[in-house]
Unconditional design. Structure first.
Length: 297
């Protein structure tokens, strides 16, 4: 608690060359404006209001409370010395002088507090948006990471389980698939690390250009991705859920294609419900229903 209070006090009282120059610039600008308007009011009754506005602006555009409070005292002294009779002399016996000091201090402190709170709220919203973006990114790439991992698992399982019966050509094909998926995973991780570095670099700007998907030169179609289903695992799951291997393979195929189309079921949200509805609809259109299995002897 003490450390938090000390850090907040230190932040409120920190020195900034930029805020110093801005504060002096605003005070000089309003002093010049007051000199320019003297011809309209020789009594300079408007000067106090102008410098009250200057204090408000300084408290708004600077960080912390130091510059608002300092500008309050400087404004009162400047008005007293330059724009109040006897000119270019201090006169602290003027009526209402303490009220002017208290008013400007109240304006500067109130404005600084409101501005600091608004900046903290903006920073909190920005951090929340960044966390939301990170979460969306992780959900978006989760499927892209699972797809090659599934391919590697399926190919390696085939090599381990059918080592004696698999041909040399099939073995080479499976090894090439493992090598390709592993390389794809490496590139994906490198892209994620690049995005992380860009996210930490506040000055980085990304120019995004939409591009068409890469077409297959032979078919002219855009491949969605790879799909690998283990027959052994499908048979085991069919036994666990009490339905046929045909239904399990059909379900896994439909499920995988929906994943390739962008559907996901990572959380209990509308996307998961929509994916389940599509699965049942497609299986029903294919004539593979739970009722059919119950009627099959």
């Amino acid at each position: 608690m003490k450390r938090s209070l000390f850090s907040r006090l230190k932040k409120a009282l920190r020195f900034s060359l930029r805020d110093t120059l801005v504060s002096l610039g605003i005070l000089l600008a309003f002093a010049a404006l007051s000199f320019a308007l003297q011809g309209f009011d020789p009594q300079n009754n408007f000067v106090s209001m102008l410098f009250l506005l200057a204090v408000f602006l300084i408290a708004t555009v600077t960080d912390g409370y130091v510059y608002g409070i300092a500008s309050s005292f400087l404004s009162v002294l400047l008005v007293n010395y330059v724009f109040t009779y006897p000119y270019f002399r201090f006169n602290f016996t003027l009526a209402g002088y303490p009220i002017a000091i208290v008013t400007m201090l109240a304006v500067s402190i109130t404005t600084s507090a409101l501005t600091s709170k608004a900046k903290r709220n903006a920073a909190a919203r920005l951090e929340a948006d960044r966390e939301k973006t990170r979460g969306n990114l992780l959900r978006a790439v989760s499927h892209d990471l699972r797809t090659p991992l599934t391919g590697i698992l399926g190919a390696s399982s085939a090599l381990l389980e059918h080592d004696e019966t698999i041909s040399r050509a099939e073995r080479r094909t499976l090894l090439q698939d493992i090598h390709r998926d592993a390389g794809w995973l490496i590139r994906m991780v490198e892209n994620l690390l690049t995005i992380t570095r860009m996210d930490n670099d506040g000055g980085t700007k990304v120019n995004k250009t939409p591009e068409a998907g890469e077409e297959d030169p032979e078919s002219g179609l855009v491949p969605l991705g790879d799909m690998c289903i283990s027959l052994e695992r499908a048979a085991a799951q069919a036994g666990e859920f009490g339905h046929s291997v045909e239904r399990e393979l059909s379900y896994l195929t439909v499920h995988s294609v929906l994943h390739l189309l962008g559907y996901d079921h990572m959380d209990e949200g509308p996307m998961k419900r929509q994916m389940r509805v599509h699965e049942e609809f497609i299986l029903d259109k294919l004539g593979i229903t739970r009722e059919m299995e119950e009627e099959t002897p």
